[in-house]
Design a protein around this ligand. Structure first.
Ligand code: NAD
Ligand code: TDX
Length: 330
């Protein structure tokens, strides 16, 4: 039997990472080959209870409460574990917060990533099979108009919010570590995720929460802005494929093939919950609000044999509404 490899997962007490723990790391074929050390600072967005059950029942998972901004702690952690790879999910992730308080976005998303890259480099020097995966976002490409083609991996980076600027900066550092040091890096860029365990500040859980409480649903601007929605499990499947079989130095886009106007999504939620459209409340627009995101994921289809599987209206949104209805009905 071959020796198990240990992979560092950052930010997996948050939305996407905690779903990754449940659907990917607990799969038998993955658990047979890998141990995982999860590191999370448990900010307002990180909830240990999201993954407590998995931590209690799976010997191949362990948790360390630490901050990726803390270079000394990261140094000690990497020295102790001799990781075979790193998957960096950790980030400040909410655009509205980045408009109010951008500093923490640069500290965690840029400097935190740099700490991980530097420690990864030291391990790569001893292990040529080392892998570094950066979980990034389609927002680094900026915004589209209705008639524009979808983002491809060669669309120029043009971030518009402090959040997306910090994510783009991190991506550029990752790129530089590949170009300068040949660190085997892969970057994934995904559209808007939805599903269980998302913080209520994000659009879909916020709309569900407000509707259940018969409170107004805040729609920014005209509600005409378009997002491409992907079920979180589809994204995580792509991230794992990119980590295990993506080509070093490459970027892979993932999308849900589900572009929808915000207003339509809010109306679908109201309809499913049997609530009136009079709850819709048009409020002041987000500053610098990107109009539209759309993703061309044909590279991931071809090179990673990846496709989104969950249909937005028929499957994912209904499942998600039912999940939060049960959670908040208690
Ligand atoms: P989230 O805000 O729900 O979770 C972030 C996690 O990172 C939390 O557990 C938090 O405690 C942790 N964290 C924050 N700062 C940290 C620090 N300094 N050190 C250690 N841990 C820290 O975010 P999410 O929606 O799960 O997003 C995960 C990743 O995916 C992010 O990199 C984000 O940019 C990217 N992404 C998100 C989406 C989306 O739609 N949510 C889409 C594309 C990409
Ligand atoms: O109350 C609201 N009303 C509203 O109309 C909120 C919170 C949002 N919106 C709009 C703004 C966006 O057009 O809904 C859309 C989605 O907003 P968010 O949930 O804040 O997501 P977005 O800004 O698109 O960014 C998300 O997708 C890409 C994630 O938060 C990022 O982490 C990810 O990188």
């Amino acid at each position: 039997q071959s020796v198990k490899q240990t992979v560092l997962l950052t930010g997996c007490a948050g939305f996407i990472g905690s779903n990754f723990i449940k659907t990917i790391t607990c799969r038998a074929d993955v658990a047979d080959k890998f141990d995982f050390v999860i590191v999370d600072a448990l900010t307002y967005a990180g909830r240990l209870e999201n993954i407590q059950k998995e931590l209690d029942s799976n010997k191949h998972l362990s948790f360390v409460h630490a901050d990726i901004r803390d270079s000394q702690k990261m140094h000690e952690l990497f020295k102790k574990h001799n990781f075979a790879g790193v998957m960096n999910f950790a980030a400040e992730s909410h655009v509205d917060r980045s408009i109010e308080s951008p500093n923490i976005f640069v500290e965690t998303n840029v400097l935190g990533t740099l700490n991980l890259l530097k420690e990864s480099l030291a391990l790569f020097e001893k292990n040529p099979n080392f892998r570094y995966l950066q979980v990034s976002t389609d927002e680094v490409y900026g915004t589209l108009q209705m008639e524009d083609p979808a983002f491809t991996e060669s669309t120029p980076i043009a971030p518009n919010s402090p959040y997306s600027a910090s994510k783009a900066s991190a991506d550029l550092l990752v790129r530089s570590f590949f170009e300068t040091f040949k660190l085997p890096t892969v970057i994934t860029r995904c559209s808007n995720n939805y599903g269980p365990l998302q913080v209520e500040e994000k659009f879909i859980p916020l709309m569900i929460k407000r509707a259940l409480a018969n409170e107004k649903l805040p729609i920014y601007g005209t509600g005409m802005n378009i997002r491409d929605w992907i079920y979180v499990d589809d994204h995580n499947e792509g991230v794992w494929k990119a980590f295990t079989s993506g080509k070093a130095g490459e970027v892979y886009n993932f999308g849900g093939n589900s572009e929808r106007q915000n207003l339509d999504v809010a109306k679908m939620i109201l309809k499913h919950l049997g609530k009136p459209e009079s709850l819709l409340n048009f409020v002041q627009d987000r500053k610098g609000h990107d109009f539209r995101y759309a993703i061309d994921y044909s590279k991931a289809q071809k090179e990673l044999n990846w496709n989104p599987t969950v249909k937005f209206e028929e499957q994912g949104l209904l499942r998600t509404i039912e999940y939060y209805r049960n959670l908040w009905a208690k």
